[in-house]
Design a protein around this ligand. Structure first.
Ligand code: PEP
Ligand code: MN
Length: 365
């Protein structure tokens, strides 16, 4: 999957792509107020939900095709490009008829491969930018699958939007970011633009800046931020929308780092530090290999003595002592626990393999 670079049409230099605008299109006045303010800030792309996927019935479900008349007017008056969510082939047809520039698939659509395929079929041969929000559950394959279905339908102007993942765990986020998932997507598809949606990740205005900064620090290509002239009275997602003035403050305060630097001193230092890290990683791997050799020996003894591979007391002891040792060395307890979970998994795998061998292995003399 190698999408086109469409993003440079909307940004310059190191600047992230910004898509701002209301959660939902509510009225001609609302859209014009936002679009005018965005244009003043040099933001060329506005979002506005026309159909809203709502969790419960009897809540505001978007203004539907009535909103297209307002959008058309705003486009003529301000020249802004407009992005909307589409969730059915009918939506796509109506949005195409209305001259919408950018489409996105919502989190509740990405989870459904049947529906994504129908949308991909409806988009065949259509030269539009299509963005795919992550599915509501933390399943990277589902996200990639949706992008692939679109790519196979010859949609080449693709992008991914990270809006966070539903969780039953208590969290300060509305949707947990689980940053490692979108980063894995970035590693696999470096050319696919990755856009953060701090509004749906945070779920409140106060955390928009923090989440946006984190995304930019991780090298994201853009931000989608819900912006409304009167957020408190918004018909959907009132708590997380910001005014155009607040958006301006957020964007003005973001630290935007380049991916590379031409500073020779910096590059030499970086190279030097990376060489040392390479050396340490080799030592780490050698140490791990020696540790696993001991594990093999233990596997042999357990087999000879007909003892189970998994020993709960030993596991509990490791999970107690290693994080403590880690803390003395200034390493986060969670990190050490995670690391030992992986190491222990591998030890169990090695020992199980030994158990399943027909003969006890004997070391070469
Ligand atoms: C939205 O962008 O307003 C929206 C409904 O988002 P999501 O699909 O991420 O829930
Ligand atoms: Mn919303």
């Amino acid at each position: 999957m190698k999408p086109d670079n469409w993003i440079s049409a909307f940004t310059t230099g190191n600047q992230p792509l910004v898509i701002a605008g209301p959660c939902s299109a509510e009225s001609a006045e609302q859209l014009l107020a936002v679009a005018t303010a965005l244009k003043e800030q040099g933001i060329p792309l506005m979002r506005a939900g026309v159909w809203k996927p709502r969790t419960r019935p009897d809540t505001f479900e978007g203004k539907g095709i009535e909103a297209f008349e307002w959008i058309k007017q705003v486009k003529i008056q301000t020249g802004i490009a407009v992005a909307i969510e589409v969730a059915s082939p009918r939506h796509i047809q109506q949005a195409l008829d209305a001259g919408i520039d950018v489409f996105w698939l919502g989190a509740r659509t990405t989870v459904n491969p049947f529906l994504v395929q129908e949308l991909a079929d409806a988009l065949k041969g259509v030269d539009k930018i299509v963005l795919v929000k992550n599915p509501i559950n933390p399943d990277l394959s589902l996200w990639i699958g949706a992008l692939e279905r679109l790519h196979r339908a010859a949609v080449t102007k693709l992008g991914a939007i990270h809006r966070g993942f539903s969780s039953i765990q208590n969290s300060r986020f509305r949707n947990q970011p689980l940053w490692q998932l979108p980063l894995e997507l970035k590693i696999r598809y470096p050319e696919l633009p990755l856009i953060a949606d701090p509004s749906h990740i945070a779920g409140n205005r106060e955390m928009i800046f923090e989440v946006s900064q984190k995304a930019l620090d991780l090298g994201y290509d853009g931000l989608m931020i819900e912006t409304h002239p009167d957020p408190d009275n918004a018909l959907s997602d009132a708590q997380q929308q910001v005014t155009p003035a607040a958006l301006h403050t957020v964007l003005a305060n973001l630290r935007i780092a380049g991916r590379h630097s031409d500073n020779v001193l910096f590059r030499n230092q970086l190279e030097h530090l990376r060489e040392r890290i390479d050396q340490m990683d080799q030592e780490l791997i050698n140490t791990l290999a020696s540790r696993m050799k001991l594990v093999e020996k233990i596997g042999d003894y357990k087999k000879e003595n007909n003892v189970t591979v998994f020993q709960l007391e030993r596991w509990n002891e490791i999970m107690k002592t290693r994080p403590e040792w880690g803390q003395h060395a200034n390493l986060a307890a969670d990190f050490i626990k995670e690391l030992y979970r992986v190491i222990h998994d591998e030890s169990l795998r090695i020992q199980t393999e030994i158990m399943n061998q027909s003969e006890t292995r004997h070391e070469a003399p």
